[in-house]
Ligand binder design. Sequence first.
Ligand SMILES: [Zn+2]
Ligand SMILES: [Zn+2]
Ligand SMILES: [Zn+2]
Length: 147
Amino acid sequence: MTDMMENLKDKLKEKGYKLTPQRRATLDTIMENQGKHMSTEEIYDLVKEKCPEIGLATVYRTLQLLDELGVISKINFDDGCSRYELNTHEDDHQHHHLICLKCGKVIEVEMDLLEVLEEEIEKNYNFEIEDHKVKFFGYCDACKKIL
Ligand SMILES: [Zn+2]
Ligand SMILES: [Zn+2]
Ligand SMILES: [Zn+2]
């Protein structure tokens, strides 16, 4: 069993839940598609291949539970649906997302780069920052050429 699965098992146990085959299949699917930012429906279509009897409502609830437990996070790219991604480093801040206005491609920026801003905010607003979600909208390399 992977560390991720072991970690989920512990978190579920703490809350009195069990690692059911459906929950396992859902997390497996997200892990196998890391970096893809899939919607509930897209995840459901893939989970069905592992668990043909699973329903959309179960996948939906499982995603909410995984989000609550901090195993995955929900992101909204303003394209009308919620998308999910794995929280790979528990103590790290969220990476940033570059969203192409033309083709909808999502590019990840792995660096935080906000340390100076975070420090200023914490000092000036007496606010303790835990995380952030930053989205940049613009045009990707391919779309820029045909603008
Ligand atoms: Zn940060
Ligand atoms: Zn593009
Ligand atoms: Zn991402």
